[in-house]
Design a binder for this molecule. Sequence first.
Ligand code: SF4
Ligand code: SF4
Ligand code: FES
Length: 216
Amino acid sequence: MKKIEIKISGKPITARAGETIVQALWSAEMAESVQTGCAGGVCGACTVTVRYADGKPGGTELACMKPVEEGMEVFPCPVESDKAVEPVANADALTLQSVFPTVNRCTKCGSCTTACPMSIPVMDSVMRMQQGNFNEVAEDFTTCIHCGLCRFVCEDKVKPHNMGLWIRRSLGKNQDELKITIEDSNQVEKEWQYLLIDEKQERFQRAKKFRESGSL
Ligand code: SF4
Ligand code: SF4
Ligand code: FES
């Protein structure tokens, strides 16, 4: 398979044409230079920004989905985790403002919309949040993978996706029929314990085996 060179935070590595950035990192034994969760474009853990050698416009990408390209430069986006905020039943625009005062800081720069790898109209949705149009906001954020990039790029620290998630959960609190019961919570806990073992090599092996078989 054709070999190409890419750079991760300035460090050159050799990758195989056709593989994703995450696969290239795994092969180069640099798996931990980009966070990885689902490895399937769902969880948003692996967000990176990308620059191309041929001058075409770069931008934000999911490293587990983005195929490598000759001369590509990759920069991890370390989005810090943020404390979850409890949802509130029957919330309105005033409730949102009291829980997230950041909602009024938006300067309509549009950076969040540009950064979103899921093409969510984030800035427009922040406007809808300010107006209390929560059903529309919930629709906007249906495909949000909570990669946090909209928060990462926001100079005004508005936290759009945290608010989007809070609104969806608050709407859910109004509807008892939407409550989900996990049938076997012991099994979920068992899987986490199995996958989060401290020893690094063993952790990689278990994650690989779990991805392939879907079971412990
Ligand atoms: S990046 Fe922040 S300030 Fe800019 S439009 Fe989005 S939420 Fe508003
Ligand atoms: S809305 Fe924000 S957190 Fe959600 S996918 Fe887009 S950039 Fe990521
Ligand atoms: S690892 Fe989950 S989206 Fe890439």
